[in-house]
Design a binder for this molecule. Sequence first.
Ligand SMILES: [Zn+2]
Length: 173
Amino acid sequence: MNEQQDLFECTVCGNKKTTSATSEGNPICCGNEMQDISARTISDYKLQSLKQKSALIQFLQVLKKRVSKDCQYLDDKEVIDELIKKNTDLTLLLAKDLLEDEKKQDLSDVLINIMDDLWVSALVEYPKYAEQALSESKIAACKIFTDAAVLDRETIEALETILYHAEVGSETV
Ligand SMILES: [Zn+2]
């Protein structure tokens, strides 16, 4: 049998420990059971990579538009095209793999994870960005950040409705 090594984290001191799960339960640290973070960590890494790659592709598209206007950058345009293609392929692989992870999760777990992120961006991050943009008199950026926060709240509301339907649906089954 394959020995499954899991990664555990102490929620008190942050100490991490790799060990195999035993019948006695999770290892103990600071008087508490440590949390199994192995699955969460890898999924988080995948999501993080997906975000990074998606952003990179967007920036490469912008760069491509800039260099396309000028003939002297013809070779650069080819390099950018190649980078966009390679990054897109990898992003698609990541998305597919992430979807496989989420298939094993309940729909409500997936929704709650997305909403947790959205609450942070809608209530903390975008308002902070908008405030700084305003303080630097960057009105266009301020408006984009404000709109992004509004859109996040709208998304949360829609997801809450979907979550409600999912919970009602699972109760009647
Ligand atoms: Zn500890």
